[in-house]
Design a protein. Structure first.
Length: 688
C-alpha cells in the first residue's frame, strides 16, 4: 500500500544476472522513487531484496550517471569526452557503421551480455538491427555456457527442480554456490529445510559465508568436481545405494557410466580433489541413504577446463538414487529451459532478417584475441567496429591486458550504450546514455525459478537517456531499414515477449505468472531429450569424464613450479560482476580489492594480514590487500572481483591474470582454472 494519495505503486522486476529474478514493487511520488521493495506475494521473492538492489535508487540518481551523448576528445582509455546532441551522435554512428557495412558488415561486432536479463532491452530490437545489418554474430559464453551445455547433453535442456521445494528436502548439497551472496532467496528455502532437520553440505574450494552456515564443508581443489562426482557414484554402486528401476527405465548409457565410475575409488578421488577418502565415503553415504536429497548446483564449478563434463556427472547423480521421484529431490542449476516453449524469441529477435546470409560467429570470451587479429581466410575480416551494450568487457573479459590492447586500437570504432563511464566506456568513441530498469519496459524469465515477470517504467528517463530499444530503432531508421518491425514500441515488445500461455494482462495485473509445470517433473522420466531419458551417453554425446584443469600442479607441473597457487575469482559479496562497483555505499563495504590466503601460504611468502601484495603470472599482475583467514584452503587463493580496473590499486583487476582458453563444452572461459604467485608488494617494488 502507498502511504499518500499522491503516491503510486509500479510493478517491476530485478534485471540483474542472478537466479532470483525478484518481483519488485516501486513506490513513486511524482518523478521520485520513494521506496523499492520485494513483492511479498511473489512466492520466491517473498518481500525481500538483496542489499544491492534495495539501494537501486542510488544507481538511478547517481551523480556520475551519463545523461547526454558523449564524443571522445582524448586518448582511448582516458575517459575524456565532450557532450554532443543525440542527432550528432546518431549521425556519426550510422555514418561510420554504414561505411563499414558497405565493405563487409561482418567487420562490425555487437558485444553484449547480462547487464540486463530482460528479453526486451537485451536482445530484441538490438538483435533485429544487427541481423538486418548482417554483422558478425556473438557467442555469449562468458558466464554459464559450459554448465548450460552440460545440462543440455544430459537432460536435453536447462531444466531442474522448483526452488520452493527445497524446503522439504532432507539433504541439500550446495555445490559451487555461495548462496547467501549470490542466490539469497534459495538460501531462505534451504534455511527452512535446515530448521526442519535437513542436513546442508557445501562443496566449494572457498569457505564461503554459505559454507560457514552449513553442517559440513568439503573444500575440494578447483576443477576437481567431476572427479568427486565419479567417486560418489563409485560408492553408490559398491554399497548398492541405487534406484535400479529408475536407472533401467530412465537413463541412457548407464552400464558404460557404471564401469567408468568403478575406476574412481575414494582414495583416487581424495588424491585428485585434495580431500580425504573418508569425506568421499561420508558424502556418498549421506547422499545414498537420505531421501529426498537435492543438489543446488551453481556456475562457479563450471568455470574450468572440464566444467561441462563435471556438470554432466553431477547432473546424473540424482538419477542413480532416484531422487527425481520426489518433488524435493533432484537438482537445480538452471530453470531457464522451462521458459523456452513460452518465449517468442523468433518474433523478438527476427533472425529471418539475415535472409540467406550466414555471418561468422565470434566468442565473447576471446574478444581480447579477436580484436588484435588481422583479416584472414580462417578468421574473416578484421573487426573495425564494436557496439557494446549491457556489458563491460574491459573489466569482465578474461586476460584483460590483451582486452585493453584491443580496445585501445585507434582504428577501431567503438560505441558503448551505458549508464556510467565504465572501463569499457572510457575506451569508446561515442557513449550513448541508456535508461535503467525503473525507466523502461521489459519482460523477464528466470534461471532460478519458474515465474515470468513484467517490468513497467516507474519514472521518466533521467536526463537524455534512451532505452536500448529506442537507440537501435533510431539507428535503424537512419540506415533506412524499412521493415515494420523496426517501429515496434518497447511496450509492444514486452506485450509480445511471451506466447498466450503467459497472458500480458495477467502480468500487468500481478507482476508475474507461474509456468504450468508438474511439481516433480521427472518422477517418471520424461526428460526433454530425444528419447525422454537422461543421457550418460548417446548419439553424439560421449560418456562424461573428469577433465583436468589447463593449469594445476598435476596437469602443468613446470608452470606450477613458477606459479604454485591455484586462484579462483568469485564475486565480492556487494558487487554483481562489475555492476554496483561505483555505488559508493556498497564499495565502502567492500573497502578494497582483496585476495584471501591460507595462513600457511602467506607465511611461506612473508605475507601478513593487511599487506599489499602483487598477484602475478606470465599474463600480468594486479595489486590488492591480502586477507589471511579461513576462507581460503591451502594451495588456493581467492581473488574477489570484479572491481573496475580504474578503481583498482594499480588500475587493473583480477582478470589481468586469467586466460582465454575455453572449457570442454560450451566454449566458455576458464576463469577459475588459473595458476598464480603472490608476493609482498613492498618486496616486489624493492627488487624492481
Amino acid at each position: 500500500m502507498t502511504s499518500s494519495p499522491t503516491q503510486r505503486l509500479v510493478r517491476a522486476a530485478c534485471p540483474h544476472d542472478c537466479p532470483d529474478t525478484c518481483a519488485m514493487k516501486v513506490t513513486v511520488e511524482g518523478e521520485q522513487i520513494i521506496r523499492i521493495q520485494g513483492d511479498a506475494d511473489h512466492p520466491t521473492t517473498h518481500g525481500a531484496l538483496c542489499t544491492k538492489v534495495a539501494r537501486y535508487a542510488e544507481r538511478v540518481n547517481h551523480p556520475e550517471r551519463v545523461l547526454t551523448p558523449l564524443r571522445r576528445v582524448g586518448p582511448k582509455g582516458s575517459g575524456q569526452f565532450a557532450a554532443i546532441s543525440w542527432d550528432e551522435a546518431l549521425d556519426e554512428v550510422t555514418s561510420r557503421l554504414g561505411a563499414i557495412a558497405e565493405r563487409n558488415p561482418e567487420a562490425i561486432l555487437p558485444y553484449s551480455y547480462a547487464g540486463t536479463m530482460g528479453l526486451v532491452q537485451g536482445e530484441s530490437m538490438a538483435a533485429r538491427f544487427f541481423h538486418k545489418l548482417g554483422a558478425s554474430l556473438l557467442n555469449r559464453t562468458i558466464c554459464a555456457s559450459a554448465g548450460g551445455e552440460g545440462l543440455q547433453q544430459t537432460y536435453g535442456g536447462k531444466v531442474g527442480m522448483h526452488v520452493e521445494h527445497f524446503t522439504e528436502s532432507r539433504l541439500i548439497l550446495i555445490w559451487g554456490s555461495n548462496s547467501i551472496a549470490s542466490n539469497l532467496h534459495f538460501w531462505t528455502f534451504a534455511q527452512a529445510a535446515k530448521r526442519a532437520g535437513a542436513k546442508l553440505i557445501a562443496i566449494d574450494p572457498r569457505h564461503t559465508e554459505t559454507a560457514q552456515k552449513c553442517h559440513q564443508h568439503i573444500a575440494l581443489l578447483p576443477g576437481t568436481d567431476g572427479a568427486l562426482a565419479l567417486g560418489l557414484m563409485h560408492e553408490l554402486i559398491v554399497n548398492d545405494w541405487l534406484d535400479h528401476d529408475y536407472l533401467a527405465q530412465h537413463v541412457e548409457g548407464w552400464p558404460a557410466l557404471r564401469e567408468r565410475a568403478l575406476l574412481w575409488p575414494p582414495e583416487r578421488v581424495a588424491k585428485v580433489c585434495g580431500i580425504t577418502a573418508d569425506e568421499v565415503r561420508g558424502l556418498a553415504r549421506d547422499y545414498g541413504t537420505t531421501a529426498p536429497a537435492a543438489i543446488r548446483l551453481n556456475y562457479g564449478m563450471q568455470r574450468v577446463r572440464g566444467g561441462g563434463n563435471a556438470t554432466r556427472l553431477i547432473a546424473l547423480l540424482p538419477c542413480l538414487v532416484g531422487a527425481w521421484r520426489h518433488k524435493a529431490g533432484g537438482l537445480l542449476m538452471s530453470a531457464s529451459g522451462w521458459f523456452k516453449p513460452v518465449r517468442n524469441d523468433a518474433w523478438l529477435q527476427r533472425p529471418d532478417l539475415l535472409g540467406q546470409r550466414r555471418p561468422r560467429t565470434l566468442n565473447m570470451s576471446t574478444v581480447g584475441q579477436d580484436l588484435l587479429r588481422e583479416s584472414s581466410p580462417d578468421f574473416g575480416p578484421k573487426i573495425e567496429a564494436l557496439v557494446v551494450y549491457n556489458s563491460n568487457p574491459v573489466a569482465v573479459a578474461p586476460q584483460s591486458r590483451q582486452v585493453v590492447a584491443g580496445f585501445a586500437r585507434e582504428d577501431l570504432f567503438t560505441v558503448v550504450l551505458e549508464h556510467f563511464l565504465t572501463d569499457t566506456a572510457d575506451h569508446a568513441d561515442i557513449v550513448l546514455p541508456a535508461t535503467m530498469q525503473l525507466e523502461h519496459w521489459d519482460a523477464h524469465t528466470s534461471y532460478g525459478h519458474t515465474y515470468a515477470l513484467v517490468n513497467e517504467p516507474a519514472v521518466p528517463p533521467r536526463g537524455e537517456a534512451r532505452s536500448n530499444c529506442e537507440i537501435f530503432r533510431q539507428l535503424a531508421a537512419r540506415l533506412g531499414f524499412a521493415e515494420p518491425c523496426f517501429t515496434d514500441s518497447d511496450e509492444a515488445l514486452a506485450a509480445q515477449a511471451f506466447t498466450d500461455a503467459v497472458p500480458f494482462d495477467t502480468l500487468r495485473r500481478d507482476g508475474w505468472v507461474k509456468l504450468p509445470l508438474p511439481d516433480a517433473p521427472f518422477a517418471q522420466g520424461g526428460f526433454p531429450t530425444p528419447n525422454g531419458k537422461a543421457w550418460a551417453m548417446g548419439p553424439g554425446v560421449p560418456l562424461p569424464d573428469h577433465v583436468p584443469n589447463y593449469e594445476s600442479v598435476v596437469s602443468a607441473p613446470a608452470l606450477a613450479q613458477r606459479f604454485p597457487l591455484a586462484m579462483i575469482s568469485p564475486p565480492a559479496r556487494n558487487f554483481l560482476n562489475s555492476t554496483f562497483v561505483n555505488v559508493k555505499s556498497l564499495r565502502d563495504i567492500e573497502a578494497e580489492p582483496v585476495l584471501e590466503m591460507h595462513a600457511d601460504d602467506a607465511a611461506q611468502r612473508g605475507i601478513a594480514d593487511g599487506d599489499m601484495v602483487r598477484v602475478f603470472n606470465d599474463r600480468g599482475d594486479y595489486h590488492c590487500v591480502a586477507r589471511i583467514n579461513q576462507r581460503a584452503r591451502a594451495g588456493v587463493v581467492n581473488g574477489l572481483g570484479i572491481w573496475w580496473r580504474k578503481l583498482g590499486v594499480n588500475r587493473t583487476n583480477v582478470n589481468e591474470v586469467t586466460h582465454q582458453q575455453l572449457t570442454d563444452l560450451g566454449q566458455a572461459p576458464s576463469f577459475y582454472d588459473c595458476l598464480v604467485e603472490v608476493a609482498p608488494l613492498a618486496a616486489a617494488q624493492a627488487r624492481a
